[in-house]
Design a protein around this ligand. Structure first.
Ligand code: SAM
Length: 247
């Protein structure tokens, strides 16, 4: 994924106080780099506060950003760049999402520890891991089998027990596990997939980039109220890889 974001200023602070223990990570040599990334996300959120309608994100979300070892979810030769606040290649023409975008999409979902969440576009498993820090159960779908298998293995190695990875076309959702309290789509669709509206619970929220392939898209928040009425709100311009499949 390539995301638009404001230019970053030099980072001068380190948020050591946000360190959180991660299962399976005894020796974390990337801790300082991750804290710097967290600071950059906070700066980006402030710069885009008008679009986001807030100056800062939920502290639970930022704690998750400080906890998840992004370097363990990307190819080994990319690890030196793991905590740069930008998308990185993960093979098969796909990317791990930019941390700032992962943070705001997660925040806007307004999940609770009891939430059941569907992600379409597992990729590296990074977004799934962030969600798994916050909610009860994450279901994530990936259309490229080797990517989904690798993410499944890496997430299990990291000790996440509340993530289920399925290989398949997420356009059609995951009927057996629906409805979901929140849905996040991490690839750009030309329209909001109707099955994913059906699979969203009443009172649920969904984030999805909508627009043309390889062009700037709009990150859209979809809300379904308690009567099942659906409303949408454009949040900000982004650039994601396309949602593929047979639809
Ligand atoms: N969320 C990922 C992460 O944190 O690393 C990044 C996702 S990457 C930008 C988009 C992913 O969506 C790719 O891995 C791509 O193969 C996947 N994808 C595209 N179309 C899909 C579909 N119809 N169903 C499921 N996955 C799809």
């Amino acid at each position: 994924m390539m995301n638009l974001r404001p230019a970053l200023k030099p980072v001068i602070a380190c948020l050591a106080c946000l360190a959180v223990a991660v299962p399976g990570i005894a020796d974390d040599t990337y801790h300082d780099a991750r804290m710097t990334m967290v600071k950059e996300i906070e700066d980006d959120v402030r710069r885009t506060s008008l679009a986001l309608d807030r100056e800062s994100l939920d502290s639970r979300v930022m704690d998750a950003m400080a906890a998840v070892p992004r370097h363990r979810l990307i190819p080994e030769d990319m690890r030196g760049s793991a905590y740069e606040n930008r998308p990185l290649p993960i093979g098969h023409g796909q990317t791990i999402s930019q941390p700032y975008i992962v943070a705001i999409m997660t925040d806007l979902l307004k999940t609770t520890p009891a939430s059941r969440v569907l992600e379409v576009g597992t990729g590296s498993g990074y977004q799934a891991a962030i969600l798994a820090e916050l909610v009860g159960q994450v279901y994530t779908m990936e259309i490229i089998e080797p990517l989904g298998e690798l993410a499944r293995k890496n997430l299990a190695d990291l000790g996440y027990r509340n993530i289920e990875v399925r290989i398949g076309d997420g356009y059609y959702g995951w009927e057996e596990q629906a409805p979901f309290d929140a849905i996040v789509v991490t690839a750009a669709a030309s329209h909001i997939p109707p099955p994913l509206i059906e699979h969203l619970a009443s009172g649920g929220r969904r984030m999805i980039p909508v627009g043309s392939r390889f062009m700037v898209q709009q990150l859209v928040l979809v809300e379904k109220d308690d009567e099942g009425q659906v409303t949408t709100r454009q949040i900000l311009p982004v650039r994601f890889v396309p949602l593929t499949g047979s639809h």
